[in-house]
Design a protein around this ligand. Structure first.
Ligand code: CTP
Length: 412
């Protein structure tokens, strides 16, 4: 089998553009992995890239000349940048730095790498690698969207510890994963996401996320510290498995995942209304930290200080969205609640399961820095089972829950 794949790929050649980032060392491993799979590599090393790997090591592994300088007369005489950009079946940028992607998205051409990206008529595959804040910056998000719309393919980045000491998205995909993506692209696949298993295809998943805001008057409100990260990660994980996802979100500072329908709301009442409008659905996951109480009377005008009495704040309970959907005439097949607890987590979660009438409760210990943090320690509580999970990133926890949901439907 491996030999068959090697034969099919043996006449394929990629042009590898090595950007300047700490992940550049992985490009050397990638060249070796590709050689084993019968794919030849010709490399361009950016000026910044030469700070991390040398032309000598790249050339020794690729067995070819390494191109580094746009204005080298000898290089241009041997092979001009236009020809270089077209002599391969696929152009692969590893690591794709924020700078290289920004140039490509905007058509800038001021060095060999960017000129090649502008001149090529071949598909381009980017393996981004950068600090999480740079990856999440609005400019990078915009540039990636532009490149995708222009037909570029992406592999990674992945979540994890980064060389800069931070944790999050931005770590470059591993060489084997990039090589798999290269093989798919060389085989003509134009949507790498479509290669992932779609075990939730045909299912409609409704998710609530973030806090709600309950107005006191036009300028003040009651709310909580929920960041929305866990709900957004779940929306992405379910969409990745092929589900149609509706995400009803309270006010958060997050970009909605690609391909997910987003419905923005402020209050618990609006969140309930949006959820009921999104029915019918197969799965409802109530991740939102819905405010439990709201002011009974909301001032139409800003309440003024008179320097004497503090205004009374009379509260009433907000509608319980999870409970309402659990007993709804259009009840989703699977209803999952979250339980934020600080003590006696399992007994409290079991009591909540019965009280709310849902099928599963995901209990999480919020006594630490879970709210706003990037990690979660969760316990999946079902009527007949309690399954404690290890501490996971919110992304990993979301993928695990999405896989559990898919497994549940496969058994029905
Ligand atoms: N929930 C809801 N509507 C509310 C309150 C909570 O849909 N008005 C949902 C949450 O999204 C979560 C579950 O109910 O899925 C449990 O929320 P939690 O805050 O842990 O529990 P409460 O019901 O608020 O009870 P308590 O605060 O007493 O623990």
């Amino acid at each position: 089998m491996a030999d068959k794949v090697k034969d099919e790929m043996s006449d394929k050649r990629i042009l590898l553009i090595i950007g300047g980032g700490i992940a550049a060392y992985k490009s050397l491993l990638l060249i070796r992995v590709l050689a084993k799979r019968g794919i030849q590599t010709r490399a361009i090393l950016t000026r910044a890239g030469t700070e991390f790997v040398t032309p000598l090591s790249v050339g020794a592994l690729s067995g070819d000349k390494v191109y580094t300088d746009l204005f080298s007369l000898s290089d241009e005489a041997e092979m001009g940048h236009i020809e270089l950009s077209r002599s391969a079946d696929l152009v692969v940028v590893v690591p794709a730095t924020a700078d290289l992607m920004a140039k490509a998205a905007n058509g800038l051409a001021n060095d060999l790498a960017s000129t090649t990206l502008l001149a090529t008529d071949k598909r381009v595959l980017y393996a981004p690698a950068m600090n999480v804040r740079m990856w999440e910056n609005a400019a990078t998000v915009r540039n990636v969207e532009t490149l995708r719309a222009d037909g570029a393919l992406f592999v990674g980045p992945e979540e994890g510890d980064m060389a800069c000491g931070e944790f999050g998205y931005g770590r470059m995909a591993e060489p084997e994963t990039i090589a798999d993506a290269i093989e798919s692209a060389l085989a003509g696949v134009t949507d790498l996401d479509a290669m992932k298993p779609k075990s939730l295809a045909g299912k409609h998943v409704l998710i609530t996320a973030g806090p709600t805001r309950e107005p006191i008057d036009p300028v003040r409100y009651l709310s909580n510290h929920s960041s929305g990260k866990q709900g957004y990660a779940l929306a992405l994980a379910c969409a990745d498995l092929g589900a149609k996802v509706s995400l009803v979100s309270g006010p958060v500072d997050l970009t909605p995942p690609h391909g997910v329908e987003i419905i923005n709301v402020e209050t618990a009442q609006d969140m309930l209304k949006a959820c009921e409008s999104a029915l019918p659905c197969d799965v409802f996951i109530s991740v939102a930290a819905v405010a439990d109480w709201r002011p009974r009377n909301t001032g139409i005008q800003k309440i003024k200080k008179d320097g004497k009495a503090v205004p009374p704040l009379e509260l009433e309970e907000t509608p319980d969205i999870l409970k309402t959907l659990s007993s709804h005439k259009n009840r989703p097949t699977l209803v999952i609640g979250f339980a934020a607890e600080t003590n006696d987590i399992i007994p409290h979660a079991q009591a909540k399961l019965a009280k709310k009438g849902c099928d599963w409760i995901v209990a999480n210990d919020v006594s630490g820095d879970v709210m706003g943090g990037d990690e979660n320690t969760m316990i999946l509580v079902q009527t007949d089972n309690v399954d404690p999970w290890p501490k996971l990133s919110k992304r990993e926890a979301a993928e695990r829950l999405a896989a559990k949901i898919a497994a549940h439907f496969s058994k029905l």
